[in-house]
Design a protein around this ligand. Structure first.
Ligand code: ZN
Length: 157
């Protein structure tokens, strides 16, 4: 019993990790949705995809897409970009506190990590086994790139 109590105390101490899983809390950009993005120093201004990858609006629109597609909502996440190979997996979703980390070479995994976050936030199960329809081929992660919403056409005569 004492061992179980000690384990519980250690588990609780791990909640609300003060150093944000070792990444800290600094960010380079914060969007209207309050999504926080850190891209430096992993993403250099000389990178071919710098304009898109450093744009907080890109992450916000992808997050909006995933919320609309899944019909799940959550506060805007914190996204941190790291150098290629830093994770070995391309992307990673951390719980308690929620954090999405992506290698700059794996931005295509953004929707996948958002799916883990939305499932974790809404159900408490981040779906580490990847059984959710959201992360399957044809699911929300492979939906089309967001286009502006077209104007509503007037009904015909
Ligand atoms: Zn995954």
């Amino acid at each position: 019993m004492k061992l179980a109590f000690t384990t519980l105390v250690l588990a609780l101490a791990g909640c609300g990790v003060p150093d944000n899983h070792g990444y800290g809390w600094d960010y380079d950009a914060r969007g209207e949705s309050r999504l926080m993005l850190r891209y430096a120093p992993a993403l250099q201004p000389s990178a071919l995809n710098f304009a898109e990858a450093s744009s907080v609006e890109f992450y916000e629109s992808e997050f909006a897409w995933m919320q609309n597609c899944s019909q799940l909502s959550a506060p805007a996440p914190f996204v941190i970009l790291v150098e290629p190979g830093a994770l070995g997996t391309g992307g990673y979703y951390y719980q308690y506190p929620s954090l999405i980390v992506l290698e700059t070479s794996s931005l295509g995994l953004l929707r996948h990590e958002i799916a883990h976050y939305l499932l974790d936030y809404n159900t408490g199960d981040l779906d580490s086994g990847h059984t959710s329809a959201m992360v399957q081929p044809g699911g929300c992660v492979s939906g089309p790139v967001i286009e502006p919403i077209p104007p509503i056409e007037k009904p015909g005569p």
